[in-house]
Design a protein around this ligand. Structure first.
Ligand code: BTN
Length: 251
């Protein structure tokens, strides 16, 4: 995998047309944010690494990406952004690619986890950066497990790869190009990301266990708000909206 193979024959107008590739980066998100601090970058520029030595997950977690078996990529989008919440875009697009092109029954867990059955195949971390020209750019970091055959603790039982589901290996370039095409189609399309997200989840209506304010709570996941917040109901009937990501388990 290199910048040429990632862009050769790519059928998009903007997304992925310019790739910044290295065999190893500390984190594609960190590199993208650092580059945006220096100069504005064209929308659709993507940072890709075969290996990340310090992959970043949400909530300050580490993202396990120290081998070249996954797709580790950060896509740059500009303001103004028509579709919110933008963080839904990569994972909604990836679910479509997995279902349509690889026959993998993937679904979404709020806010940005791609699951197969109950194991995590991909996650998304969005960051923003003010560019020297005064505009805000968004960095949409997506980590997707592609060809791993197993995972080490602490994610041994909670992670899964495309290969573990299908039994075959997959070209990361192929996953990348299909993902760029689907992301661009959704980004340029008319449908709301919240509606698209809702159609690709199995968690609404289910009981959800979460860690909130230092204690475990069990609630029912009702729906998403127009902003993409999770609307939940407590057992006493009271309702609440969760804005920030929380560690949650669908029962
Ligand atoms: C999560 O914790 O679910 C989000 C994981 C996001 C990982 C991706 S891999 C590419 C990009 N670079 C990073 O350092 N993190 C994101």
């Amino acid at each position: 995998m290199n910048a040429d193979s990632l862009t050769a024959g790519l059928q998009t107008r903007r997304l992925g047309r310019r790739v910044v590739f290295a065999d190893e980066m500390d984190s594609t998100n960190v590199r993208a944010v650092a580059a945006l601090r220096e100069e504005p970058l064209p929308e659709g520029t993507v940072f890709v690494a075969s290996i990340q030595s310090r992959g970043k997950g949400t909530g300050g977690n580490r993202w396990y990406s120290a081998d070249s078996q996954g797709l580790w990529a950060s896509v740059i989008l500009h303001e103004p952004v028509r579709y919110q919440p933008l963080s839904f875009l990569p994972c909604v697009a990836l679910v479509d690619v997995l279902r349509q092109d690889f026959d993998i029954r993937a679904h979404l867990k709020w806010p940005n986890d791609v699951l197969v059955e109950n194991r995590k195949l991909a996650g998304c971390l969005v960051e923003s950066q003010l560019q020297p020209d005064g505009r805000t750019a968004w960095v949409l970091g997506l980590g997707a497990n592609v060809n791993q055959t197993c995972f080490e603790p602490p994610i041994a039982d909670s992670a899964v790869s495309m290969r573990m589901v299908t039994g075959g290996t997959h070209r990361r370039v192929d996953v990348f190009q299909r993902l760029m095409c689907r992301m661009e189609a959704i980004y340029d399309g008319e449908q709301s990301l919240v509606a698209l997200w809702r159609e690709r989840t199995e968690m609404l209506g289910k009981r959800v266990r979460a860690r909130r304010g230092g204690r475990d709570v069990v609630v029912t996941a009702l729906d998403l708000s127009p902003e993409g917040h999770l609307q939940v109901m407590h057992d006493d009937g009271s309702q609440e909206e969760w804005l920030a990501r929380v560690e949650l388990e669908v029962e």
